[in-house]
Design a protein around this ligand. Structure first.
Ligand code: HEM
Length: 152
């Protein structure tokens, strides 16, 4: 596998990348909002059970599968672009990978937070939790600029 190995399939693979990015980000935008509602519903057993179930479904049906698909297809594109060939001009890709790595860490943090909420434990104040909601939007802004503008 090397630069340009995707050949005529390249644009199709890139389209698949963006489709799964949209699935993942749709989940990443709504999941932390669920956590806020869940935390505000602590103490009400009916609410707690409903949010726990909604979070579990969102994770299993959208969040985790979409993240895996984005990583797999993204790495295929990265090899196609020459990441493993050590070519020049891919600093934007290294920076993008770093921010996507951080976003994946946030994904893991949010899942851990959801599991603790399911046990009735709130780790952050409501205000702090709302602030954490902004992380995916910030990350996507940086990632898309790096991928599309390729400033370096
Ligand atoms: C998970 C790891 C990821 C890897 C390894 C990766 C890798 C890549 C690579 C190598 C390209 C360039 C394709 C090319 O021009 O030859 C690309 C394109 C793109 N990526 Fe990713 N990506 C990842 C995740 C993401 C995420 C999370 C987003 C957005 C939130 C994203 C948004 C985009 C966009 C919009 C393009 C199209 C840029 C263009 O060619 O016009 N990617 N990706």
């Amino acid at each position: 596998m090397g630069i340009g190995f995707l050949g005529a399939a390249y644009l199709w693979v890139k389209a698949a990348h963006i489709i799964f990015v949209i699935f993942w980000m749709a989940g990443m935008f709504i999941f932390p909002r669920y956590l806020v509602h869940h935390q505000e519903g602590l103490g009400d057993p009916g609410e707690e059970a409903r949010w726990t179930l909604r979070e579990k479904k969102l994770r299993h049906i959208i969040l985790t599968p979409a993240m895996i698909a984005v990583w797999v297809i993204g790495l295929v594109l990265a090899v196609n672009a020459g990441l493993l060939a050590g070519i020049q001009g891919l600093a934007w890709l290294h920076a993008k990978l770093f921010v996507v790595f951080l976003l994946s860490g946030y994904h893991g943090w949010a899942i851990g937070y959801s599991k603790r909420l399911a046990k009735g434990v709130a780790g952050l104040s409501n205000r702090r939790l709302r602030m954490m909601n902004e992380v995916p939007a910030l990350a996507v802004t940086i990632i898309v600029i790096l991928a599309v503008v390729k400033p370096f």
